[in-house]
Design a protein around this ligand. Structure first.
Ligand SMILES: Nc1ncnc2c1ncn2[C@@H]1O[C@H](COP(=O)(O)OP(=O)(O)OP(=O)(O)O)[C@@H](O)[C@H]1O
Length: 234
């Protein structure tokens, strides 16, 4: 097994400063190991910390303790301790994030938004454009929209632009936050196919999928999230 990502004893407690400093423990000694070519789906009841773990893996949430080891540029790096500059390099080259939401960039055309992750890696523009067009076609984003900024697109169209952008680069690690939420079955099937292809090329994938049929299709394994027991509940 070629391990690509290893989470060790990760702890995360949210401190609600504007609510009397209440402490909300969400992750306690969370462990997870994902190999290249494996898709692990986070599973557990609402509020069990699935999104929190996924965001910590992308460096959006700072863990209180523990490690997030991943292979980046031929070395093992602890994402939980990495400085901001290194996190940016990890996001460019190693860890991709695909969610249902597009952070709309004003006035930038769709094709440009989709190409951006590859352009940032210094890939030749003609290649980026070809790949972006292929993905937009596969995801049924009509060609007449490609030159427009997506701020006025429908929710589903924005979602598919975001998915095209998330899949354009061959990231060794892919984090998927409900990428098929609210897509119709044809578009959902197109996303499932992209996930299967990423897995076949050796990506280590961690995802959240509430749709049971999609989960059954893509998951090699479910990772069950255990809610943190507080003193009152124990
Ligand atoms: N930024 C935050 N600040 C404070 N508390 C947070 C924050 N993000 C999440 N939480 C809390 O952490 C707990 C876990 O939330 P999280 O979103 O990780 O759960 P989830 O398993 O993804 O839930 P769902 O399936 O409903 O999306 C919740 O009780 C939530 O209120």
């Amino acid at each position: 097994m070629n391990t690509q990502l290893r989470v060790e004893k990760l702890c995360k407690t949210f401190l609600l400063h504007n609510q009397s400093g209440v402490a909300l423990p969400v992750l306690h000694d969370a462990n997870l190991e994902v190999s290249a070519g494996e898709c692990v789906v986070l599973h557990g009841r609402s509020g069990s910390g699935k999104s929190t773990l996924l965001r910590a893996l992308y460096g959006n949430y700072q863990a209180n303790s523990g490690h997030i080891w991943l292979q980046h540029a031929g070395e093992w790096i602890d994402m939980a301790q990495a400085p901001a500059r290194q996190i940016l390099a990890i996001r460019r080259d190693t860890v991709g994030w695909v969610s249902q939401f597009l952070r709309v960039i004003p006035r930038v055309p769709t094709l440009e938004i989709v190409m951006q992750p590859l352009l940032e890696r210094g890939v030749e523009r003609a290649f980026c454009e070809k790949r972006a067009k292929e993905l937009l076609t596969r995801l049924n984003v009509p060609q007449r929209l490609w030159s427009l900024a997506p701020s006025t697109f429908s929710g589903g169209e924005q979602q598919r632009v975001n998915i095209a952008r998330g899949f354009i680069a061959d990231y060794p690690v892919l984090l998927l936050d409900e990428p098929t939420a609210s897509l119709d079955s044809a578009n959902s099937a197109a996303v499932v196919e992209l996930i299967e292809q990423a897995r076949a090329r050796g990506a280590a994938i961690v995802g959240i999928f509430h749709d049971e049929a999609v989960r059954a299709r893509v998951a090699d394994r479910l990772h069950v999230m255990q809610p943190v027991q507080t003193g009152a509940e124990a």
